[in-house]
Design a protein around this ligand. Structure first.
Ligand SMILES: [Mn+2]
Length: 192
């Protein structure tokens, strides 16, 4: 099964992630940060990943960063968990992209999850200007930070380009686009 469970405990945070790439989008998210819970749930739903995230820590910045690390490790492990005998790992699509509007906002996301069995290419490009320092209970500067720690630990290349007026819409469109792009990239291509 292409699934993984990863736990990470440090002096700053305690994070637990369970991920199933071949899920239906059910989720159980609890990070102590409401807006972040909302974003991870929307990511799971639109990516059709079954996702459980339990995270807590001293500071919100640490919880978001470390959740990115553990989620990245879970993706890396789950993709590597494809059946070797059926060639499932090698048949992974690899590239995925999505353009998602949300009212006045629009987000584009493109991913390269790497040649399976290879080292992957960790890289993040995040181009979105936030005019507000805060959205709900999250600092907007933590959003690109999350994408960076996720990409680094999953060994993914992730490009994000977004614009809009409403920060909530803009960030939500970004997480939906990431879910859809990763859903495409992690599919099995039988022609391969
Ligand atoms: Mn919303």
């Amino acid at each position: 099964m292409r699934a993984a469970s990863v736990k990470r405990k440090t002096k700053e945070t305690n994070v637990e992630v369970e991920l199933n790439l071949d899920g239906v989008g059910t989720n159980d998210i609890s990070t102590t940060i409401k807006f972040f819970d909302h974003m991870l749930a929307t990511f799971s739903r639109h990516g059709f990943f079954d996702l459980m995230v339990k995270a807590e820590g001293d500071l919100r910045h640490h919880v978001i960063e470390d959740t990115g690390i553990v989620l990245g490790e879970a993706f890396k492990k789950a993709i590597g968990g494809g059946k070797v005998e059926s060639g499932e790992r090698e048949k992974t699509v690899r590239f995925g992209y999505a353009i998602v509007p949300m009212d006045e906002s629009i987000a584009r996301c493109a991913v390269d999850i790497g040649s399976i069995g290879g080292e992957g290419r960790s890289y993040t490009v995040f181009e979105a200007d936030f005019s507000k320092e805060k959205v709900e209970d999250i600092n907007t500067e933590n959003i690109p930070h999350f994408f960076n720690s996720f990409a680094m630990h999953a060994s993914f290349t992730i490009h994000v380009y977004a614009r809009g007026e409403n920060e909530h819409h803009k960030i939500e469109a970004i997480f939906k686009a990431l879910g859809i792009a990763l859903d495409k990239a992690t599919r099995i291509e039988e022609r391969r």
